[in-house]
Design a protein around this ligand. Sequence first.
Ligand code: 13P
Length: 305
Amino acid sequence: MDFVSEINALRKEKNAIILGHYYQIPEIQDIADYIGDSLALARRAVETKADIIVFAGVHFMAETAKILNPGRKVLLPDLEAGCSLADACDADELAKMKKEFPDHKVISYVNCSAKVKALSDVICTSGNALKIVESFPKDEKILFVPDRNLGAYINRKTGRDMKLWPGSCQIHDVLNAEKVLKLKLSKPEAKVIAHPECNPAVLEIADFVGSTAAMLNFIVKDSSREYIVATETGILHQMRKLTPQKKFFVATNDETCLCNDCPYMKLNTMEKLYRCLKDETPEIILDKELMDRARKPIETMLRLS
Ligand code: 13P
């Protein structure tokens, strides 16, 4: 089957928009109406007039789009496309922690469930975390949920001492600084660019730290010709498209393979995208009252950033 033509016909017929994250497989990135980092995709979800949003990403991203668009149908090609960070923070555990530290504001990274969002004062993404944290007074007590690496990075950048939830991304957390340094020895011209979900040792040796969109902006503007990329490998597709003359090397992880592929992001395929547009399932369904509570901290984030 020619999935490209079928998907094109279906999205036109159904007035559907396909939002795709940079970690999706290249074919999905190429067919998406819009690709971006999680902040840009959330913004796009607010602006769209489409009747159906197909979210080619992971569950928390589609959930965020649904919370911002309760009246629209939001589809996710594979409902199993989860996130190790979102799984690391259970809403009941967070509710307990809030009781223990009632004087703390809760800033939650967008990679979390709708229930966790509903318990938060404000949401942030890797693209705006610094700005969101800095919008609070210096002496504000903050609990940062669920990514301890991003939280620790913001603590170092701002000199704050936010309490950190002990969660991490299963792909970024295992990138290995020593192996990256070894790789750099063999590619002395290459700059290390890293996502803030990486562990502190990798971030320490990085020449640039930023969200997926920020990394793409960086390589376009920067004068180097070679980069060691410390994030999920899906992003290499855009990097090569935007700067075909440059060379990219994958940062090495603790395992023996060189595949920093998120198993959840890579669950989405062209066939599943086609089927979900055709059958309008799997759909993201959320309780109205939960959506109302989770929307507030997301809207606060959009206003602040
Ligand atoms: P970005 O916000 O940089 O797109 O990152 C999303 C993500 O899930 C990283 O693992």
